[in-house]
Write a protein that binds this ligand. Structure first.
Ligand code: AMP
Length: 477
């Protein structure tokens, strides 16, 4: 649970939700609506369109699921197989599965039915499910279009449309798919748009889509920034994999989430860690759903110490209160940095976020510091770290021949040209001396002297409680 969850607003019973829904909420143990729920639920119940600014972790899923269940339950209409009454579009498979899980949890005392639909899995069970009644359909846009093309789903009965994490759907290049879906939806419907950020693109989408929307907003999770200890090492890209191995051992990290910018980078890093005897797994969009689920479960039960993820794969997954997050590369979208570090230090827990920053990334760093309105503490790389000799580097780790060498990107995101970094002089080992980085170079904190190296990799009990909460209705699967 996050700090935003607590609120002194109305009780659930005061929101006008039907009794079976209130009973399901009570079963989950939630007593008080979160701020987004307190604001959104009455608006959705009133039947109008809604524009909501809320991030994952604010309780937004119940914020739209509860009133939708109420509306569908209270309107008696004739249903037909494969013809949903509510469509919830989400960017990722994980989020789709989690949202549908919430629908099931909160709707368990109702006779409404739901289905989740995403790509990367066999389509046949979905064909089969669509032969039955489906009241609420939670889908990623690509697979939904497949079904539309094959006429296995009929969207002509949609009364309520939700675009969840709309900003992320646009970042992932789903705008065309969304427009194709919109084209086949009934014009007379209720539309709810949830987004963590409000770019011009989102506003344009909202303007074209929503009619006289009410808007609700809860505090951005940027507040996490205050409770997470953030630091960075200046390190050449080519040394990062070895440095991470060193750090995991040196600090005896038992559970660390590492973000890479590319899928290829995630795989390579997980391979490197495993070669070094550190249990690791990678999750990204090219992995099958089963592989992602397996990796997450192993991370949760401690058999995997390092989970390497791309932003998109990690998005929407309810893994929080992690002790340590590492940005193997800085994200090129500054807001992603906030999402990433939001995985740690929630609800007052202490969390650390360490970024490994190459010269090439200094431009990204400046954008991030501008967004979070603080400078990230520069910490010198542990003197005990021995960078790999050039001949030991895998071909893709070797420093590029010239600055601005092309780097893989993860999709059609608002990238920035490479090579905006400030060149920094380095000593023979490739380390940057204190004071060389800009801006905020004065904030250099010395690295504590290395303690005794832990022998093998002892298994330490680790704080598990908040990771994948097992409460019904929470997102742990
Ligand atoms: P979401 O923002 O929808 O991803 O929800 C974040 C987490 O908050 C989920 O694990 C929910 O189970 C939990 N949650 C949602 N509503 C409440 C509530 N009213 N009280 C406590 N926890 C909640």
């Amino acid at each position: 649970m996050t700090t935003e969850i607590s609120s002194a607003g109305p009780a659930f019973t005061e929101l006008g939700l039907a009794e079976p829904i209130l009973r399901a909420v009570a079963d989950t143990g939630y007593t008080t609506p979160t701020p987004i729920q307190a604001q959104a639920i009455p608006q959705v119940l009133a039947g109008g369109d809604l524009l909501a600014a809320a991030q994952t972790g604010t309780g937004k899923t119940a914020g739209f699921t509860l009133p939708i269940l109420h509306l569908l339950h209270s309107r008696k209409v004739e249903t037909r197989p494969g013809r949903p009454r509510c469509l919830i579009l989400v960017p990722t498979r994980e989020l789709a599965a989690q949202v549908e899980e919430s629908v099931k949890t909160y709707g368990k005392h109702l006779s409404l039915t739901s289905m989740v639909m995403f790509g990367g899995v066999n389509i046949n069970p979905q064909f089969k499910a669509l032969k039955s009644r489906v009241d609420l359909l939670v889908a990623t846009p690509g697979r939904l279009l497949d079904h539309l093309g094959q006429k296995t789903v009929d969207l002509s009965g949609v009364e309520i449309l939700v675009l969840d994490e709309a900003d992320r759907m646009l970042d992932m290049g789903f705008i065309r798919d969304i427009k194709k879906v919109l084209a086949v939806l009934p014009k007379a419907r209720q539309t709810l748009l949830f987004s963590a950020t409000f770019s011009d693109e989102i506003r344009a989408l909202a303007n074209g889509l929503l009619h006289n929307p009410k808007s609700v907003e809860v505090a951005r999770r940027n507040t996490t920034v205050e409770v997470v200890e953030q630091s960075m090492h200046r390190v050449p890209q080519a040394h990062k994999r070895d440095l991470l191995v060193h750090l995991v051992r040196r600090h005896d990290w038992q559970q660390v989430l590492v973000f890479t910018r590319t899928k290829h980078g995630a795989n390579k890093l997980a391979e490197k860690l495993m070669k070094e005897g550190i249990a690791a797994a990678a999750i990204h969009g090219n992995k099958s759903q089963a592989a992602r689920t397996r990796a997450l479960a192993s991370f949760k039960d401690g058999s995997v110490r390092v989970l390497v993820a791309t932003d998109i794969a990690a998005r929407g997954i309810d893994i929080d209160q992690l002790p340590q997050v590492v940005n193997f590369e800085l994200p090129n979208v500054p807001e992603d940095y906030v999402h990433r570090i939001g995985r740690t230090g929630r609800a007052g827990a202490t969390g650390c976020a360490l970024s490994l920053v190459d010269d090439e990334e200094m431009g990204y760093l400046r954008d991030i510091e501008k967004l979070i309105k603080r400078s990230i503490v520069r910490v010198e790389v542990d003197p005990a770290f021995v960078p790999p000799a050039r001949h030991e580097l895998a071909s893709d780790e070797r420093p590029p021949q010239g600055r601005g060498a092309p780097r893989q990107n993860n999709g059609p995101r608002q990238g920035r040209p490479q090579g905006q970094g400030q060149p920094a002089s380095r000593n023979a080992s490739g380390r940057v001396s204190p004071g060389q980085g800009k801006p905020g170079a004065a904030a250099v904190k010395p690295v504590p002297r290395p303690g005794p190296q832990p022998a093998a990799h002892p298994k330490k009990p680790r704080p598990q409680a908040a990771l994948f909460s097992s409460k019904p209705g929470s997102r742990g699967h």
